[in-house]
Design a binder for this molecule. Structure first.
Ligand code: URA
Length: 243
């Protein structure tokens, strides 16, 4: 027996709060009967309808993929380009948790668990993401200090980042660094570098919270282990910034 709002959220139809609203508005039926009680628990095999549409309850699956370059982080593409979903052999309707740019490689999680996905990507929860970054130009000490304090992107200050310089090639004028951030704004790493006039020429995500790419070559994937899923959930909730 599971709470109705949890089942709806897990099916990826709405957040738990929105699901509660739907229940209170009388838009949810269990075995044909409208239920407006928030504490209602449905049986495993109950037929649940939201706005008169039956929701499908799938087994939850969780994958970690080492995304190659030139693959989209979407479910489908109108131009028929390859997507991360195409790379995973499963019958479940999975989607990527957050995004990596078309030309970014590395760690991306895919699941059919909408609630898990919300927890991982919601800005309220701040899971560490570690990127290997190659930029044009030499990243100066003053720039590192600013990144560590936070810079203004679109009028909003970034959370403090960690910077580790891996290599500076003075002849080619290229810097390799490892950047750890706790947010996932659109093109965030590229925009953080652009702020100082540096173009990102290579970007790879190597870690998300406790999950890394050990044992996964580019294009390879594996299922997350139950303890890894639990760890990620715990991490998301323990890092909660705003209630
Ligand atoms: N930051 C970016 O700019 N791109 C990515 O793909 C991920 C983080």
């Amino acid at each position: 027996m599971e709470r109705l709002q949890k089942i709806i959220a897990q099916a990826g139809i709405a957040s738990r709060r929105k699901a509660e609203e739907l229940i209170l508005e009388g838009k949810v039926k269990v075995d044909g009967e409208i239920i407006t009680e928030l504490g209602y628990k449905a049986k495993k095999n109950a037929q649940i309808e939201v706005n008169d549409k039956i929701i499908e309850k799938e087994d939850k699956v969780y994958f970690v993929l080492n995304k190659p370059k030139n693959v989209l982080s979407t479910v489908s593409d109108h131009k028929d380009r390859k997507t991360v979903v195409d790379l995973i052999d499963t019958k479940e309707r999975i989607f990527p948790v957050g995004r990596l740019d078309y030309d970014t490689t590395g760690l991306i999680i895919l699941t059919n668990d909408g609630e898990f996905s919300n927890e991982i990507i919601h800005p309220r929860y701040s899971i560490e993401k570690v990127y290997d970054v190659t930029i044009k130009g030499i990243l100066k000490a003053t720039e590192i200090q600013q990144l560590e304090k936070g810079i203004y992107l679109d009028n909003k200050k970034t959370l403090p980042a960690k910077v580790v310089i891996v290599n500076i090639d003075k002849n080619k004028k290229i810097t390799n660094l490892q950047l750890t951030i706790k947010e996932g704004r659109n093109h965030q790493v590229k925009n953080m570098m652009k702020y100082f006039g540096h173009t990102v020429v290579k970007l790879n995500r190597r870690r998300l919270g406790t999950i890394d790419l050990k044992g996964l070559n580019i294009g390879e994937y594996r299922r997350l282990k139950p303890f890894e899923i639990k760890q990620l959930k715990r991490l998301a909730n323990s890092n909660e910034l705003i209630k």
